[in-house]
Structure formats: C-alpha cells, structure tokens
Design a protein around this ligand. Sequence first.
Ligand code: DX5
Ligand code: ZN
Length: 226
Amino acid sequence: MSKRKHLVAPSLLSADFAHLHDDITMVNQSEADWFHVDIMDGVFVPNISFGFPVLASIAHYARKPLDVHLMISDPDKYLGQFKELGADHITVHLEACTHLNRTVHAIRELGCTAGVAINPSTPVSLLHEIVEDVDVVLIMSVNPGFGGQQFIEGTYRKIKELRRLAEERNDRLLIEVDGGVSIHNALALLKAGADILVAGNSIFAAKNPIHAIAELKRIKPDLISV
Ligand code: DX5
Ligand code: ZN
C-alpha cells in the first residue's frame, strides 16, 4: 500500500476563462500542489484550448508550479517557448512523438521535469524503453480533448502495471492520472499507485472548489483498509 504523499493538480481547462484570475487566485489559496494546464492544437486532439498568450497570463498570477500537458502534434518545435513562459513540468504524448527519447531529453535540458502521457488505448508496455528517462508518466483516464468526460475503468489496471514497472526501473517516477477524477474514485486511484491527481470538472463545477481540492488532498490511502 502506498505511503507516498500525493499531489493534486486542478486542471484550468474547466475554469471560467472570463474570470481566469479569480480561479487562479482560488487555486493559489487552496491546498492544491500544481496548476495543470492543457494545451490542445486541434490536430492531435479534436479540440483547441488556448495558447501562448493565455499561458503567459496564467504564469503571471500562478504561485504554484505549472504542469503543462501538451496535447499537440510535433511538440519539439515549441518546448523552448513553453519553458520561457513559465512551464515547470512539461508532458508530451507518446503517440505524438516520433523520437520520444530525444524529446524527453530536450525537456530536461531546458531545466523542466519531463513527463510522457499515454492515451487510454496505449499499453503501458510501450513505456519500457523510456520509463528510466522520465520524471512523470501521465495515464489518460479519458480520451484526451475535453473536460467532464466519464472515467475509463481499465485505468486502475494500467496504474498497477506501471507501478510495478516503476518499482523495477525507476522508483522516483511519479504516476499522474488525468480525466474523470473525483472524490469518488480518488482513493482507489491512489491505492492502485497514482501519485498525482488531475481534476477539472470535479473541482471547478463544485459548489466550493477550495473544499473539493481539500477533500482530494486529505485522502489518506494508507489509513483506510480495503
Ligand atoms: C483532457 C485533459 C484533462 C481535463 C480533465 O484531455 O487532459 O486535464 O481537463 O478534466 P476532467 O477532470 O473534467 O475530466
Ligand atoms: Zn490534462
């Protein structure tokens, strides 16, 4: 059973973009650990979120690390710009990178921590040759592109398999889970081996988002028996 301290990363995709400053302030004041920032290009995923000017504004007000999740084709072209604008952690999709090893090392050379994300249909076994070179693996628990989708149950099996792989090959690896995460499945996700919970809709659509973050943060997987 995991005794690691888990992190909570609210996804700004579900924030109110007309009042983004308010939502950033809320996250600053909350128990959240990171800001999760979803960049979509309309090519790798069937949606466009926001780009550099909005990221710059977020970085200006955010007082916690920026976890930038790139759902874009050919991310190599833009890594330097994301770093310049304030990204602390950069995650690229395995499915979007022809030379993933090169991309991951480029992220680290910029001074960011490097993450690799896998889609729901991508097996954990495809991470075997990269797991030692990354800081984070992000397991998508919905098909990427939209907030507020239903959690895919097969995710638990993938987290457990990845945790076993990490124990053998990279015990510093952080496992991030993204999509359909809420107070209803967070405990099970942490018990399966997740370290970072990304949550959009379940935080920003809550009556009290600060409380929703606190609830996710205060779960103690090692004190509750299965
Ligand atoms: C989806 C994004 C997620 C999204 C999660 O492609 O990567 O970060 O914002 O939103 P929820 O928690 O609403 O599923
Ligand atoms: Zn995301």
